[in-house]
Design a binder for this molecule. Structure first.
Ligand SMILES: Nc1ncnc2c1ncn2[C@@H]1O[C@H](COP(=O)(O)OP(=O)(O)OP(=O)(O)O)[C@@H](O)[C@H]1O
Ligand SMILES: [Mg+2]
Length: 221
């Protein structure tokens, strides 16, 4: 489903050059649930952003669903990302002056479909994460775990084949973290969604199919 070949990422500022990703090749199968672990700064988010087409590698090729996206124009990339990928960020990235329902509808605005359909799909996605009773709340009126669940609803509303999650349980206590993890496991099992999750939590990682460890931009396991 995702094939990374010899990915390198160099960040340059005026004074320093950081090799954030140093030649990573990775094959992720359709329906796989993969976790990525490693110390702070080892390149986990960078790698996830590259898989999510939010950042370009300095070198190497990326194929998603057998399409070589390195050749895509910006417009093609945006469309592809919107249709195939759902992203869950550690810091939620919700829009605070939009209600929960409107936040979840956002990815659908770039697709065809009526306002009524968007509303129905967003309501359904929020039901899946157990937030049917919070549709009209604003993000600031929610707990951390609830915000994370809104972020998950937004990631799944367009029925993506792939979900990329950057420490989705990082800010939560273990009970809420387990709940979020159960939601992801169910998406993977029931819908066959391919999931790549960055985590600092060994317990969460052990619930997934495969664990990849990074160190200093390289894969060590
Ligand atoms: N925009 C940027 N410009 C310059 N350097 C960057 C940039 N983004 C990341 N880096 C560097 O690349 C390296 C990898 O960063 P990355 O965010 O991928 O780490 P991480 O493994 O996700 O860490 P954490 O667990 O703390 O989130 C770090 O050394 C970081 O300083
Ligand atoms: Mg990170």
């Amino acid at each position: 489903m995702i094939r990374l070949q010899n990915i390198e990422k160099v960040y340059r500022t005026d004074t320093v050059e950081t090799l954030a990703i140093n030649g990573i090749s990775l094959d992720i199968a359709k329906g796989e649930f993969l976790s990525i672990m490693g110390p702070s700064g080892c390149g986990k988010s960078t790698l996830l952003n590259i898989m999510g087409l939010l950042d370009e590698p300095s070198r190497g090729s990326i194929k998603i669903d057998d399409q070589d996206i390195t050749r895509f124009s910006d417009q093609q990339l945006a469309k592809f990302r919107n249709q195939k990928l759902g992203f869950i960020f550690q810091s939620y990235h919700l829009i605070n002056d939009l209600q929960v329902l409107d936040n979840v509808e956002l990815p659908l605005l770039y697709r065809s479909g009526s306002a009524k359909e968007r509303r129905e799909l967003a309501t359904e996605a929020l039901a899946k994460v157990g937030l049917s009773n919070r549709l009209k709340h604003f993000p600031t009126q929610l707990s951390g775990g609830q915000r994370q669940r809104v972020a998950i609803a937004r990631a799944i509303v367009g029925n993506p084949q792939i979900i990329l999650a950057d420490e989705p349980t990082g800010n939560l206590d273990s009970a809420m973290g387990n709940e979020i993890m159960d939601i992801l496991i169910n998406l993977n099992k029931n819908d066959g969604t391919t999931i790549v999750m960055v985590t600092h939590d060994e317990n969460m990682a052990h619930k997934t199919h495969r664990l990849v460890r990074l160190f200093d931009g390289s894969q060590v396991q």
